[in-house]
Design a protein around this ligand. Structure first.
Ligand SMILES: C[S@@+](CC[C@H](N)C(=O)[O-])C[C@H]1O[C@@H](n2cnc3c(N)ncnc32)[C@H](O)[C@@H]1O
Length: 204
């Protein structure tokens, strides 16, 4: 059973094939409070350039673009997520505003100070080098930029069998400490309405 749960956990961290598609579809249904939390937190303007890290099947990008048309880049380590995310966001892609590619947030292929906003949801547990990922996001954010990171509380994740051996788990204080080490000067935690998820909001 341990191997089965590890397989499920690894699909969360890098969704592949049909199972990956089914799991990301499940995430869209299970995590509404988190998607809505990010969408209402970001004050999107038409001239903004936003990066979503680990877009999965592109559901968050779809919601952000529906809120405000702007320029959105998405990166994900899973090549298999490009097709479902492109399908969901075909309008924005055709309009030349949404750009999806394979990429790792620990080594971002973007110039310094490119983005007004960076978002990510349920991805930080899987980054190979958490501090490097935060440093990279700090680097590509504009000087008054904001990074919104939606996560599940450590106590809740610990109760889920598939997180064992796969997820890196962080306390609220860890998110703050690592963010400060990466260079962020202002870090705020906002609890979401379901009581077991929250946003970590990092300002440069
Ligand atoms: C649990 S899924 C969440 C997907 C999406 N954010 C959502 O909430 O619907 C985690 C996603 O992060 C991606 N990912 C994991 N590590 C990453 C990294 N270092 N850089 C970019 N994407 C990453 C995975 O491939 C996967 O699509």
């Amino acid at each position: 059973m341990g191997k089965f749960f590890e397989y499920i956990g690894s699909q969360m961290g890098n969704p592949r094939g049909i199972i990956g598609n089914i799991m990301t579809w499940g995430m869209n249904r299970a995590n509404k409070v988190m998607y809505n939390g990010i969408v209402s937190e970001v004050n999107l303007q038409q001239n903004n350039v936003l990066l979503d890290v680990g877009f999965g099947n592109g559901y968050l990008i779809q919601k952000l673009y529906a809120k405000q048309k702007c320029t959105i880049y998405g990166i994900d380590i899973s090549e298999d997520m490009i097709a479902p995310a492109s399908k969901k966001n075909n309008k924005g892609i055709e309009e030349g505003n949404i750009h999806l590619s394979v990429g790792d947030c620990c080594n971002l292929d973007f110039q310094d100070c490119t983005f007004h906003i960076v978002t990510t949801m349920n991805t930080i547990y899987f980054w190979n080098d958490t501090l490097k990922g935060l440093q990279e996001i700090y680097r590509v954010l504009k000087d008054d930029g904001i990074f919104v990171n939606a996560v599940v509380r450590k106590e809740s994740l610990k109760k889920i069998a598939y997180t064992k051996n796969v997820f890196k788990l962080f306390e609220k204080e860890d998110y703050i400490k690592l963010g400060k080490q990466a260079g962020f000067s202002n870090i705020e935690i906002k609890d979401l309405s379901n009581g077991f998820t929250f946003l970590v909001i990092y300002r440069k």
